[in-house]
Write a protein that binds this ligand. Structure first.
Ligand SMILES: C[S@@+](CC[C@H](N)C(=O)[O-])C[C@H]1O[C@@H](n2cnc3c(N)ncnc32)[C@H](O)[C@@H]1O
Length: 282
């Protein structure tokens, strides 16, 4: 039996598996990332006692259900932390808030979607901001739906325990206010910040997995589309247009843009960041 660390991925294997991954998840690994792709998949070959990446590809072809969630766990980049790029949160709960609330189509709380929520740092930051601005909501804090492809990250989000990497943008006072220390470098998010969030497994390519009966008022999809193929990018933006109400806002990561790429949205400058407003007609 060949030592797993000695198994190399051929160009053909890389192309076939990458195509499969893009079709199912939207994520693509350009050729200069082939080594990363190969090393992230190697543990699966080891676990399944397979001899070649072609064996793994055939397994994906003939029994995809069994392997898809493991594939998502291996391949997704899950980097996230609390209070990441806070200018967007500051604008949402500051200058644009009244307009957003006034234009809401439905009675009751605002509905936020956190698309690609990883281990929960981002939706929990939204919850913390909501609580800090609770007077604006007249008692009804936003309902937050948080979805991701990776079941292990969602399980971590539900436990809500974090290490220092997740805390790196917080100061001591914020850590003391929002968390309880459970080990020297381990923190549990306090229970009031864990309410009002519905975590679910979903695929952004498949609208049925994350669409709700009532449209969302705000979608955060930050640092997700950057890993997508062009086709998956456009499909996801169209999916967002279908589940965001007219006048609703889409926030992307600072290195992502849909400028000139979707007729469903118009850019809106908010203080020192950009958001995209869902237009009323298609
Ligand atoms: C780099 S993290 C970003 C986390 C968070 N939005 C932030 O900015 O801190 C990207 C997340 O998107 C998720 N993701 C990637 N493709 C996805 C898809 N097709 N559907 C749902 N989630 C996906 C990954 O599992 C990962 O947790």
């Amino acid at each position: 039996m060949i030592q797993p660390e000695k198994i190399e991925m051929t160009k053909e294997e890389y192309e076939l598996i990458n195509e499969f991954v893009t079709k199912h998840f939207g994520i693509t690994f350009p050729e200069h990332k082939k080594m990363i792709f190969e090393s992230r998949l190697r543990p699966r070959l080891q676990a399944l006692r397979l001899q070649t990446y072609m064996d793994y590809y055939l397994r994906l072809q003939f029994d995809p259900k069994a392997e898809l969630s493991m594939l998502a766990v291996q391949l997704t980049n899950n980097e996230s932390y609390f209070f990441r790029e806070t200018k967007q949160f500051d604008s949402l709960f500051g200058s644009i808030f009244d307009e957003l609330k006034a234009s809401s189509l439905f009675p009751g709380p605002l509905r936020f979607l956190c698309a690609g929520c990883s281990s929960g740092d981002e939706p929990y930051t939204l919850r913390i901001y909501s609580m800090e601005h609770r007077r604006k909501f007249g008692g009804e804090l936003p309902q937050i739906s948080a979805v991701d492809l990776d079941p292990q990250r969602l399980a971590m989000a539900q436990v809500a325990e974090y290490g220092m990497r997740s805390m790196r943008a917080l100061n001591e006072a914020q850590i003391a206010r929002y968390f309880t220390r459970i080990a020297p470098e381990r923190f549990l998010l306090n229970s009031e910040y864990r309410q009002g969030i519905d975590f679910a497994l979903a695929n952004l390519l498949d609208l049925a997995t994350f669409r709700k009966a009532m449209a969302y008022d705000v979608i955060f999809c930050r640092n997700v589309l950057i890993y997508f193929s062009d086709e998956a990018f456009h499909k996801t933006i169209t999916n967002f247009a279908r589940c965001l109400r007219p006048g609703g806002l889409l926030f992307l990561g600072h290195s992502e843009t849909i400028l000139g790429q979707s007729h469903h949205f118009e850019p809106v400058r908010l203080d020192s960041c950009l958001a995209y407003r869902r237009l009323a007609c298609d």
